[in-house]
Design a protein around this ligand. Structure first.
Ligand code: ADP
Ligand code: UDP
Length: 233
């Protein structure tokens, strides 16, 4: 039974109340869904990319919601109660931060910048800080601390994973939730929809910026990312 349909995915219930199926749709949206498209095969690419990255992170000791791949567009996940916070990590300046703090696109950011956004489409996912999170009751301070520590570790692990495949992890967005056992898990997806990935040599975008900025065929970028993840495991 369908539990939820969002912009990019559908969550379905299973016989086990603690387990969901996450189905990746072919819909593409940007700028808070002002720009839309549908590209056949996008969902399958994101499902495969996410599965490889979740498997890698689990192997490295990160607790994630990922259980197993079901088919091309579906994965089995642990059900969590999602924190209404988007955690963004930045290793290179691109996107919103360039305008917000007036730095040049492509500037290296080391150590990474960690940001929180309020997961609320009606408000356009505004940037928030720890005090807003406390005031809005989005997470307790210990939970936010744990989420931040995990997020920085995930960023470090993925940054080195990608660079071995000639990909620069420019930035990424993570979501976290709590399962019924009380554990905080990395949830949602990690794909070219939610990460900026540049070719290490040419610095060309291989992610959703191709769609955002009309820079060519978005699926060519997504396919290239997946190919590099698959050829070296
Ligand atoms: P949106 O809701 O922003 O349109 P999606 O289309 O990606 O986004 O929908 C997926 C929804 O499922 C998101 O709201 C996400 O927070 C939520 N979600 C991701 N993983 C889990 C999980 N394991 N358990 C419950 N909800 C999840
Ligand atoms: N991001 C995302 N979902 C969002 C907002 C951002 O996956 O709702 C990702 C985005 O793809 C990028 C990173 O988070 O990898 C930082 O995005 P930014 O704040 O620059 O926002 P943008 O200008 O891309 O909307």
């Amino acid at each position: 039974m369908k539990l939820y349909e969002g912009k990019a995915k559908i969550l379905e219930t299973t016989d086990n109340k603690d387990v969901l199926i996450q189905l990746f749709k072919d819909d593409l949206t940007a700028f808070n869904a002002e720009k839309k498209d549908n590209r056949e095969g996008k969902g399958a690419l994101n499902n495969q990319t996410s599965s490889i990255l979740f498997e890698y992170l689990q192997k490295e000791g990160i607790k994630t919601h990922f259980i197993k791949v079901i088919d091309n567009t579906k994965m089995m996940v642990q059900k969590v109660s999602i924190f209404k916070i988007e955690v963004v990590l930045r290793n290179v300046a691109a996107g919103s931060i360039v305008k917000r703090i007036g730095i040049q696109n492509g500037t290296t950011i080391n150590p990474a910048i960690l940001e929180f956004y309020y997961k609320d489409d009606a408000l356009g996912d505004p940037l928030i800080n720890q005090d807003h999170i406390r005031f809005l009751n989005l997470a307790k301070s210990e939970e936010l601390e744990e989420i931040s520590v995990i997020a920085l570790k995930v960023n470090d692990l993925l940054k080195s994973f990608f660079i071995k495949r000639d990909l620069i992890l420019v930035d990424l967005k993570l979501e976290f939730g709590r399962n019924t056992r009380g554990e905080i898990l990395l949830a949602d997806e990690i794909s070219a929809d939610t990460c900026r990935l540049w070719d290490a040599k040419t610095r060309e975008s291989l992610d959703k910026d191709i769609f955002r900025e009309d820079k060519g065929d978005v699926l060519t970028g997504y396919r290239e990312v997946l190919k590099r993840l698959k050829t070296k495991r």
